[in-house]
Design a protein around this ligand. Structure first.
Ligand SMILES: O=C(O)c1cc(=O)[nH]c(=O)n1[C@@H]1O[C@H](COP(=O)(O)O)[C@@H](O)[C@H]1O
Length: 280
């Protein structure tokens, strides 16, 4: 049986828990800071601690697949378990795997993360549209069928992204804006919120030249370690701030391994975000 559409589930979670998304990014340096070994047991302990601390209170947890893949098949097994436990505790899971390939291969990635009974099924998946937005079609279709969602890289938080995303096309529109337009079309008519989100960095300054009104969520990484703050959100996103899911990874994770300290840190970010959204 398919789930209620991701957009509807996300809107409800944002209303009930606030919009904060915390990343599960087990960097080797964080494992060391937490007194853990850079091995499978350390990875498992790290991930379990984040899930235990936060899955019952934040709207979204976003495991960064790379840090699990680093350990091979046993790392993937930990990732699978983390996804399952986080979802069981009530968090929505956005798998940050940033997949993107020609359509026929994209279909296999979609089967991996978006097929309801797949071992790594997640509520949403980050994808790269830079083989052409149309290459994502199998993922869009399977997400719709399963009640899952996508977050498409539109305007990324890293300084190098502009080389591709700000490139101006023949029609005068830049590439990032084109991705936002594709997503707006995908989400047209959906209530209360479409399931096809954009990744738009919180680090990018004033984005008023973009139409961020895509009727879908805007995943906004960059708060904390990359220098953006919750207070920046209104200035960056304007009226679209209501649909922003701000992501913080290292900014929260550096407070571990103490569960209470992790919770307090997430709550501080959540408060700052609430204040920024209310003021907008
Ligand atoms: O898709 C993402 O989540 C993402 C897109 C982007 O433009 N920038 C970005 O930082 N991210 C991810 O968001 C997380 C940011 O981590 P921190 O900088 O530690 O908060 C990492 O897992 C990145 O891979």
């Amino acid at each position: 049986m398919s789930l209620e559409p991701f957009g509807a589930r996300l809107r409800r979670a944002m209303d009930e828990r606030g919009p904060l998304c915390v990343g599960i990014d087990p960097h080797a340096s964080l494992l060391a800071d937490w007194g853990l070994n850079d091995d499978i047991a350390g990875l498992e302990r790290f991930s379990r601690t984040v899930v235990e601390a936060l899955a019952d209170r934040v709207a979204v947890l976003k495991p960064q697949s790379a840090f699990f893949e680093r350990f091979g098949s046993r790392g993937i097994a930990v990732l699978e378990k983390s996804v399952e436990e986080a979802r069981a505790a009530g968090a929505l899971v956005v798998m940050d795997a940033k997949r993107g390939d020609i359509g026929s291969t994209m279909a296999a990635y979609a089967e991996t993360f978006l097929r309801k009974d797949a071992p790594l099924f997640s509520d949403a998946l980050t994808v790269s549209p830079y083989l052409g937005y149309g290459s994502l079609k199998p993922a869009v279709e399977l997400a719709r069928e399963s009640g899952a969602g996508l977050f498409v890289l539109a305007l990324t938080s890293n300084p190098e992204g502009g080389e591709v995303q700000h490139a101006v096309r023949g029609d005068g529109r830049n590439v990032g804006a084109t991705m936002l337009a594709h997503l707006a079309a995908e989400n047209a008519g959906e209530t209360p919120l479409g399931s096809f989100g954009a990744v738009v960095g919180a680090t990018l300054g004033d984005l008023s030249s973009y139409d961020l009104d895509i009727n879908g969520p805007l995943l906004a990484p960059g708060i904390g370690a990359q220098g953006a703050t919750a207070a920046d959100l209104a200035g960056v996103f304007g009226a679209a701030v209501r649909n922003v899911v701000p992501n913080v990874s290292r900014g929260v994770l550096r407070h571990g391994p103490d569960v209470v300290a992790l919770r307090e840190s997430a709550e501080r970010f959540a408060e700052e975000i609430r204040a920024a959204v209310t003021a907008a």
